[in-house]
Design a protein around this ligand. Sequence first.
Ligand SMILES: *Cc1c(COP(=O)(O)O)cnc(C)c1O
Length: 228
Amino acid sequence: MDDLASRLAAVDARIADAARAAGRDPASLTRIVVTKFHPAALVAQLHRLGVRDVGENRQQELTGKTAELATLTDLRWHFIGQAQTKKARAIRAAASVVHSLDRDRLADALERAGEDTDAVLDVLLQVNLTQDPDRGGVAPAQLERLAEHTAGCRTLRVRGIMAVAPLDEEPAAAFARLAGFAQRLRTVVPDADWISAGMTADFGEAIAAGATHLRIGSAITGPRPVHD
Ligand SMILES: *Cc1c(COP(=O)(O)O)cnc(C)c1O
């Protein structure tokens, strides 16, 4: 617990430094702690330390942890992983925000899953910064089209854009391109001003490039348990 608290404090200090260096208000940033592969007990510890935004990348794990921690009603669960259309209903039931909307069919499935409620789900459009179509994310050339389609979904609210920096490129260069895509998104949805970018290895560069939502895992949680 002490280690967790000190790692969290150290990361938050680095976030604040990077924000000030970029002339930005640290309070304008949302730090999401990515808890994938860690047990629900770790999320509960983080909650005791004041964390309210956590990220998961697998639907089953998200569903399980949200059920286990249902009493922590002020936790916001961010879904950040590649999503199968058939899992849309379960994702929608558990997540406050979906960062990884990358195709029309997923928008339609999330929309159908919300049809019976008045609730609106916050979504971000994930853009693929690599040339590899197997990485999640819409191809940049399709961004405006996907934005128009998703903006037409009554129960979804497009809040911004999300990306993962490629492994084989300087993160600063990749995040500069992402900032350009964020501007393009705002030509379709003017108030979609969230930029979800920055992980353990590159959150400083992401903050410098305008990220508003940081997804930080291992720097805070420690190494992830081994998984399949
Ligand atoms: C795991 C993951 C993160 C966090 O990664 P760390 O390097 O542990 O900070 C962020 N974003 C996505 C999409 C992830 O899957």
